[in-house]
Structures are given as structure tokens and as C-alpha cells.
Ligand binder design. Structure first.
Ligand code: ADP
Length: 485
């Protein structure tokens, strides 16, 4: 591993099953590559179905004791984990940037954001209140209590290698569940480092298991195994559908955070500075590789030209480079496939009459780098209107009326994030309600917070992460009808 760590023991390269680090059953190992340089930085145990089964067995065995501990007790352990994550934030950020590519400051932001979920759910676990229901029969007491679902499988993506895991494990563990995590093949080191700190925090053996490796084999085992009671997944809509289908035979509970196609609307009455800043924040964070990145920017006629001028200038000024270099604001794309998709979307937009206002071509950048790109004259005939680009390309659509913008914003099978900018209070209320998206940012491009519910409508998924609602996703409601009192 070619980067300095204060605590080199955070760099784990084996599976974590039942509290022990172990090679994959088949002995396979996978190479992890730094996307900024294309060079190998580590090898990691590459698990399969058998490893996943062992991990599920361990999580099942650990479930009874962990679920019976008091919520306050679990909170103390989770709090220790949070403290350790914060203490090691610099090292965790280094590992994250090394395998994922995002700028180091952004990686550190992700670590602290992810840690926020651990802190928040450590507390919230104490508030899994039930209900005492007024009885309908004398001598009877009616209770509704909340109990942990059981073993949870968590399958996570590479774009937030740490935060997407923390945001699943924190509520799961706080609720009293145990878990098997399958991190993305590109970014297992962050998952393993997080698990190492969980071990040090005193999270018992089997409560968190981590099995990087063959997605289909591990995913197959996690979905087929009846001991797994819940699957929580963040990733593409296509894989989400597949996992949903595969979970049908064992009727698992599902939380799915799938793809988005976020609209960002700028109305004539917007604060221009805010709109430009918000659009830059939303579009280019993580090089456009987040499911809440603005995918389509809709700008009203009257403000269109002024917005474009300022937005293009701000986008062109973003510094692209290796995430370890100081002041870099945008790192590489994760791999060649991601780069090819971005190139295709740009070529398709140009073929359909779009005008590239900045970027558009990787030029001298090399590797999987792609510059911030703005395209005006976007239309619904372009692929970019329907598909999530997952890269630093901002197509700008021009519109006249509010209704037209709302219709365009909703004209997608996805419904994760949406953003709009206006200073009109009535419009905020109107458009805020009309948008068919689970998360709506008004006059801001940054909406993530552990205390707020995050999740999609339509084909963007099921369930919510963050907030008290996120805890409920790991709890079952049991009705106790007690007679003879
Ligand atoms: P992306 O295209 O952004 O990589 P994916 O949905 O392919 O998104 O990946 C998200 C996560 O889902 C990763 O951990 C990946 O390994 C996993 N995954 C991909 N295919 C499958 C599958 N068939 N079964 C289970 N997990 C899968």
C-alpha cells in the first residue's frame, strides 16, 4: 500500500467472519487499483458463496445475544465505534481516496458523514418505542413492541465506500440486528478498515461480518439463505431489481437505494449565486458519481443565459487531478466503463444538437479523468435525459413555464433527489409537493444529513435511511394481546 498511514493495522486484507480475519475459502485474492493512477495498491481476499454462508451462520449465532442486550448497552458500544472512526478519520480518508479516487478532503468529509450515522443511531436505538393500545376487552392489555428483524445482508456500492456501509450498519446494530456486508469489488479496503475499528470498539464476534468477493456468488447466497431476514442494498436499479426478484423465495424485507435521475430546476426568481453554487455542489461532487447528483439541469428562459455564463465559468474552474494533490476538487472516474458511459452521453448529446460549453473531451488528462462538462440545448431525445450519467456532465434544458419544468422533472422512472431554486414562497410549497422524488432540496444542492430520511419513490427504491424512520426499517412491529389480567 503506497500511502502513509498512522495506524497501518487499519489496512485489513482478509474476510471478517465471526470476529476472525480469514482468507477466502477458495484461497482467491483480488487486486485493488488506485483509479487515479491505474496501479495496484493491495490485494484482498476474494470470497464466494461458502464464505457468505459462514458469515450468515456467524451473524445468526450472534443475533440472539446481541438483540437481547439493552439498547443502552448497544449504544455504548456504537458510541465507542463512532469515537474510533473520528479518531482515525485521516487514515480512513487516505484508504478511501486510494481505492476510490475522490479528493482527500471529500473523503474525509465522507468519513465524518458516515460516522454521523453511527453517533446518531447509537442514540436513536434507545428510542425504539412501542405502544400501549387502549383495550377493547376488559382484563386484556394490547401492546405493540418493536423487535430487531434478524440477520441483515448489506450490499454496497463503490461511490461512498464507507458512508453507505455506516448508514446501513448503524441502524441495523442499534436496532439489535446483526449483519453480513458485501462491499463493492473496487472498494473493500474502506469496509474492512471500518470493521477493524468495530472490532476494537468491542462489537462482538459475528455481529458484523464482511465478505468482499464474487458479487453473484455472494449475492446469491445472501438472497437465497433463509436465515437472512433483510437485505439492504445501495446500487444500480438493474441489480436492485435482480436482488428483489431473488429475495422473493424467502420473502425478505428489503431496503433498496437505487439509481436516480435528479432534476435541478432554476426558476427566473432564483438567487443566481445560490443556484450556481447549488448546481456545482450537486453536479460535480464525487465527479458526478452519486445517485443524488443533478443529472438534468432545467433553467427558465429569463435567467437561462445569465445562469449558463456563471455556471460554465464555475465548472471550468474546478481543478481536476489526483485526489491526493492539494486543492484538487474532482478526481478520476472509478473505471474505464464509467468513462465510456460519460463519453457516450456527451457524443449522443452533441449528435442530438447539444452545444458543449466547457469540457467535453478528456484531452491531456489521461487515465479515467474527465473534465467538468456543460452542454446547453439539451432535449428529451438525448440519452442523458433518461439515463443516469454518473459523471461530471451537466446538460442544460431550457423551459418557459413552471408546469412544464415540473412535468419534465417528473418524466423519469426514477424518483430519488430533486432540487429547485426560487425565492417565491408559494412556489416552494407548490413545486415541493408536486415533485415525485423522495428527497427535495430547495435553494441548496447539499441535502444529506443522518437525522433526515433519505430514500426514493418510484423505481428509485424502497425504505428510508437516516432519521428515526431509518431505524424502523430494521425493526418488526409485534402485537402482544395479553388476556386474563
Ligand atoms: P455500479 O454499476 O454502480 O457498480 P452495482 O449495482 O453494479 O452498481 O453495484 C452495487 C453493488 O452490488 C456492488 O457491491 C456490486 O458488487 C453488487 N452487485 C452487482 N451485481 C450483483 C449481483 N448479481 N448480486 C449481488 N450483488 C451484486
Amino acid at each position: 500500500f503506497p500511502f502513509d498511514l498512522r495506524d497501518a493495522a487499519l489496512l485489513r486484507d482478509e474476510l471478517l467472519v465471526d470476529g476472525a480475519w480469514a482468507p477466502a475459502a477458495g484461497g482467491a485474492r483480488a487486486t485493488i487499483v488506485d483509479p487515479a493512477t491505474g496501479t495496484a495498491i493491495a490485494t484482498v481476499a476474494d470470497g464466494g458463496a461458502l464464505d457468505a454462508r459462514r458469515a450468515v451462520d456467524a451473524a445468526h449465532a450472534a443475533f440472539g445475544p446481541w438483540s437481547r442486550r439493552t439498547a443502552k448497552d448497544r449504544a455504548t458500544v456504537l458510541r465507542r465505534w463512532f469515537d474510533l472512526v473520528v479518531e482515525h478519520a485521516d487514515d480512513l480518508a487516505t484508504i478511501l481516496t486510494a481505492e476510490q479516487g475522490k479528493p482527500l478532503a471529500e473523503a474525509r468529509g465522507e468519513i465524518l458523514y458516515g460516522a454521523g450515522f453511527i453517533e446518531w443511531y447509537a442514540e436513536e436505538g434507545k428510542r425504539a418505542y412501542g405502544e400501549l393500545i387502549p383495550t377493547n376487552v376488559e382484563g386484556r392489555e394490547l401492546l405493540a413492541i418493536k423487535q430487531p428483524i434478524g440477520v441483515c445482508a448489506a450490499i454496497t456500492p463503490w461511490n461512498f465506500p464507507m458512508a453507505m456501509i455506516a448508514r446501513k450498519l448503524a441502524p441495523a446494530l442499534a436496532a439489535g440486528c446483526t449483519a453480513v456486508v458485501k462491499p463493492a469489488p473496487a472498494t473493500p479496503l474502506s469496509a474492512l478498515a471500518l470493521a477493524e475499528l468495530a472490532q476494537r470498539a468491542g462489537i462482538p464476534a459475528g455481529v458484523i461480518n464482511v465478505v468482499p468477493g464474487d458479487a453473484e456468488a455472494i449475492g446469491g447466497e445472501l438472497t437465497d439463505n433463509p436465515l437472512v431476514r433483510k437485505l439492504t442494498f445501495t446500487g444500480s436499479t438493474a441489480v436492485g431489481r435482480l436482488l428483489m426478484r431473488r429475495s422473493a423465495d424467502t420473502v425478505k424485507k428489503l431496503s433498496l437505494e437505487l439509481g436516480g435521475n435528479a432534476p435541478l430546476i432554476v426558476f427566473d426568481d432564483a438567487d443566481l449565486d445560490r443556484a450556481v453554487r447549488g448546481a456545482i455542489d450537486s453536479k460535480f461532487r464525487n465527479a458526478g458519481q452519486t445517485c443524488v447528483c443533478a443529472n438534468r439541469i432545467l433553467v427558465q428562459d429569463g435567467i437561462h443565459d445569465a445562469f449558463v455564463e456563471r455556471f460554465v465559468a464555475a465548472a471550468a474552474a474546478l481543478r481536476v487531478g489526483n485526489g491526493f494533490e492539494p486543492d484538487v476538487q474532482q478526481g478520476p472516474l472509478i473505471d474505464e466503463r464509467a468513462l465510456a458511459k460519460v463519453r457516450d452521453h456527451v457524443a449522443d448529446a452533441v449528435a442530438h444538437g447539444g452545444t458543449v460549453r466547457c469540457g467535453g473531451d478528456a484531452g491531456e488528462l489521461g487515465g479515467t479523468f474527465f473534465p467538468p462538462t456543460v452542454i446547453t440545448g439539451a432535449t428529451t431525445a438525448m440519452r442523458i435525459a433518461d439515463e443516469e450519467t454518473f459523471g461530471p456532465v451537466a446538460p442544460i434544458f431550457r423551459f418557459r413555464e413552471e408546469d412544464e419544468a415540473v412535468a419534465l422533472a417528473n418524466a423519469t422512472e426514477s424518483g430519488l433527489a430533486a432540487y429547485f431554486f426560487t425565492r417565491d414562497a408559494a412556489r416552494i410549497a407548490r413545486v415541493g409537493r408536486a415533485l415525485e422524488h423522495g428527497v427535495v432540496g430547495v435553494n441548496t444542492g447539499l441535502i444529506s444529513y443522518e437525522g433526515a430520511p433519505f430514500g426514493g419513490v418510484k423505481q428509485s427504491g424502497l425504505g428510508r435511511e437516516g432519521s428515526r424512520h431509518g431505524l424502523d426499517d430494521f425493526l418488526e412491529l409485534k402485537y402482544l394481546c395479553i388476556d386474563g389480567l
